[in-house]
Ligand binder design. Structure first.
Ligand code: CAA
Length: 701
């Protein structure tokens, strides 16, 4: 028998247990084990029905993604599922944890599905740039209908067991012991004809209600949301095949599309993103067994947008937070903002009122900094100014209890300097959240020179606990993300002076796949972010490089962004739709004149290259300086924190797909023109010389 699948008899029920930690992925040995177990149960006259279950933390969470793109071994999943479905003895699938991808497809091929209330069921393949290729696109609509299947498969989002029961995907919810419940259930269906009417491929009763016009409309709306990603649109094709073709022909169509998607760059990029996120958790000199400090209470200093957003992350998982600000007014405003944010989630049906009340109740306001004294973790989230941060850290050092983790949410200041004002620099770390902090998944964990390994381990673990993606960085101006962003922002602004307009730059970037263009982002964040610093720096600027002052002038005109109804664009009252504004165009043209730049036609290709290659070049510098541990960490930062299209894999992966020699050639061209900026990163030059990629660089380390 297979080493990853166990077979046993419980009376006249055969129990097949998949035991392939950590997530029971369908590796070749699991597939072999499933095929063998089915044969054994079918050959055993005493067995009347089967239960299929997962050992450990979850039922089967999908195909083994590590096997993708490698030579195929063992029996194919499609065949195994067909064999289970054809079985004359009913098979009951018992689901706990997450039934995902191929795991759920196996369940769809079986005759009954029962689940614990806490189970989640989904077909997340679209997130890997593929589709459920083992019958998911053909069987799911036969069980829950075309429209529900389209939502589930194009979004890739799992649904809870209760919802699955409601739409007919699950036959029964089991309270208490899952295996015992499933065996009892199996006994009730272990009767002659127990599989009659239960073979999903033979059903078509749910397939109605979706005509050609429906699919044409679905294709349009899915494509609009997908912003360049191919798989969601192809999934609509597969579902149309389910609705219009016999099952076997639909399966052929699914296979064709699956093969094409699997071989494409987008799927490779998305698989890279999946593993990159998980790789980021591994730190060579901080092994997985490094002791961590318990974090059962948190204090946050600064009740602004950032502090409030950070507080919500902890309240969401039941950790009490003391939110501290210097005046009653700031504090009240901060607490109200938190309530309003939760209320929006409640109004959208994504949170219940009692849950909101519980979370709001966990966040208590305070005016005195000494209230940090019981907190296991103190996070400073005040204005981005070194003198202020140092002052606050002096106080934190005075009041925080021994052993507390002391974190700053600075977005780029020197944390060594901040740590130096305390008597315990080993306890100081950067936890850089991204705005809105209750939504954005990225959390840069910044180790300063003296940060203790236990503090790093605690922070990385904590990031995962609050459902963020923690990525380790070292101290550097702007750490990883904002250091690279400087190069992106600079070029976007220069492009305006040279002939582009905000709407053209933004469109080129959103066509590339960015969630938003640079100027749209500015208008959301507020153009006055950094205004004081920019204004102060004007007097002392070195004259060996170029600057753009348009954003400062925009602020002087009161165009602060969406909050003032106008920024790089104008906005109708109550609307967030950016409308190009002649006043901004006039300002930009005036600025070109002032600088003696003759405006020219700028192509979208140039916009993308200048906005994306700058960060790539800086990314190579960050690797060489050891600020980022690996290229895939940089990709994770950019995909989870900066809206970089995940289906392009992140900037470093994207550079590999373009070819590093091509990227370098353009960087050199830009450098020749500019003189100061765009100095090619030595690591990039070296990799090109050796004919290597960033992936090679990472693999060799
Ligand atoms: N294949 C291979 N490895 C997998 C995997 C999979 N499907 N799912 C998770 N892993 C690995 C992770 O890489 C990680 O490995 P390391 O510890 O070495 O880094 C380990 O399992 C634990 O994973 P997480 O850290 O993500 O654990 P979690 O508890 O936070 O989440 C999970 C568990 C929800 C299952 C999450 O891992 C997940 O979403 N996995 C992907 C599920 C998926 O996409 N399934 C569809 C696969 S495609 C498919 O099935 C195609 C088809 O049609 C046949």
């Amino acid at each position: 028998m297979s080493e990853t699948v166990r077979y046993e008899r419980r009376g006249d029920i055969a129990v097949i247990t998949v035991d392939n930690p950590p997530v029971n992925a369908l590796s070749s040995s699991v597939r072999q084990g499933l095929a063998d177990s089915l044969a054994q149960a079918l050959g055993d006259g005493a067995v009347k029905a089967m239960v299929l279950i997962g050992a450990g933390r979850t039922y089967i969470a999908g195909a083994d993604i590590r096997e993708f793109g490698k030579p195929f071994t063992g029996p194919g999943l499609q065949q195994i599922i067909a064999d289970f479905e054809r079985s004359s003895k009913p098979v009951v699938v018992a689901i706990h944890g997450t039934a995902l991808g191929g795991g759920l497809e196996v369940a769809l091929g079986c005759h009954y599905r029962v689940a614990l209330p806490s189970a989640q069921l989904g077909l997340p393949e679209v997130k890997l740039g593929i589709l459920p290729g083992a019958g998911g696109t053909q069987r799911m609509p036969r069980v829950i209908g075309i429209k529900a299947a389209l939502d589930m498969i194009t979004s890739g989002d799992p649904i809870p067991a209760a919802k699955a029961k409601e739409i007919g995907l699950v036959d029964a919810i089991i309270e208490g012991d899952l295996l015992e419940g499933a065996i009892k259930f199996a006994e009730t269906v272990a009767i002659p004809g127990g599989t009659t009417g239960r073979r999903v491929s033979e059903r078509s009763d749910k397939l109605g209600g979706a005509d050609t016009a429906y699919f044409a409309e679905a294709r349009k709306s899915v494509a609009a949301k997908a912003r360049g990603q191919i798989a969601p649109v192809k999934i609509v094709d597969a579902l149309e095949a389910a609705a219009t073709l016999p099952f076997t022909d639909g399966m052929k169509k699914e296979r064709e599309i699956a093969t094409e998607l699997m071989a494409g760059t987008q799927s490779k990029a998305l698989r890279h993103v999946f593993f990159a996120e998980r790789e980021a958790a591994k730190i060579p000199d901080v092994p997985a067994d490094t002791p961590t400090r318990p974090v059962k209470s948190v204090a946050i200093i600064g009740a602004g947008t950032m502090g409030g957003g950070i507080a919500m992350n902890f309240a969401n998982i039941g950790i009490p937070v003391t939110l501290i600000d210097s005046t009653e007014e700031f504090l009240e405003r901060g607490l109200k903002r938190i309530k309003d944010n939760y209320a929006v989630t409640v109004s959208r049906g994504r949170l219940s009122q009692p849950d909101m009340d519980k979370r709001v109740g966990l966040i208590k306001g305070a005016l005195d900094i000494d209230r940090i004294k019981d907190a296991d973790l103190v996070i400073e989230a005040v204005f981005e100014e070194m003198a202020l941060k140092k002052d606050i850290f002096g106080k934190i050092d005075q009041f925080a209890k021994p052993g507390a983790v002391l974190a700053t949410n600075t977005s780029g200041l020197n944390i060594n300097e901040i740590a130096a004002v305390t008597k315990r620099p080993q306890d100081v770390i950067g936890l850089h959240f991204f705005s809105p902090a209750n939504v954005m998944r990225l959390m840069e964990v910044v180790r300063a020179d003296k940060t203790g390994k236990d503090i790093i381990a605690t922070s990385m673990q904590l990031g995962k606990t609050i459902r963020k993606v923690p990525v380790l960085a070292r101290v550097y101006e702007g750490f990883i993300g904002n250091a690279m962003l400087r190069h992106y922002g600079r070029e976007a602004h220069f492009l305006l002076e040279e002939g582009a307009l905000p709407q053209q730059v933004d469109k080129a970037l959103t066509d590339f796949g960015y969630a938003m263009g640079m100027f749209g982002v500015h208008d959301v964040a507020g153009n006055d972010v950094g205004y004081r610093m920019r204004k102060a720096a004007q007097a002392t600027r070195p004259n060996d490089r170029r600057y753009s002052d348009i954003i400062t002038k925009l602020c002087d005109m009161g165009r602060l962004g969406q909050k003032t109804g106008k920024g790089w664009y104008r906005y109708e009252p109550g609307s967030r739709t950016p409308i190009p504004d002649p006043e901004v165009e006039a300002l930009i043209i005036q600025e070109s004149k002032l600088k003696g730049i003759e405006r020219r036609v700028i192509t979208d290709e140039e916009i993308v290259k200048r906005c994306v290659y700058g960060p790539i070049n800086e990314g190579a510098n960050l690797l060489e300086k050891g600020i980022a541990l690996r290229p895939s960490d940089i990709d994770t930062v950019y995909v989870t924190g900066y809206g970089f299209p995940s289906w392009r894999g992140g900037p470093m992966f994207y550079a590999d797909t373009v070819g590093l020699a091509n990227v370098l050639a353009d960087i050199k061209r830009f450098h020749e023109k500019d003189g100061f900026f765009w100095k090619p990163a030595p690591l990039l030059e070296q990799l090109v010389k050796e004919g290597k990629t960033f992936a090679d660089y990472q693999a060799a380390r």
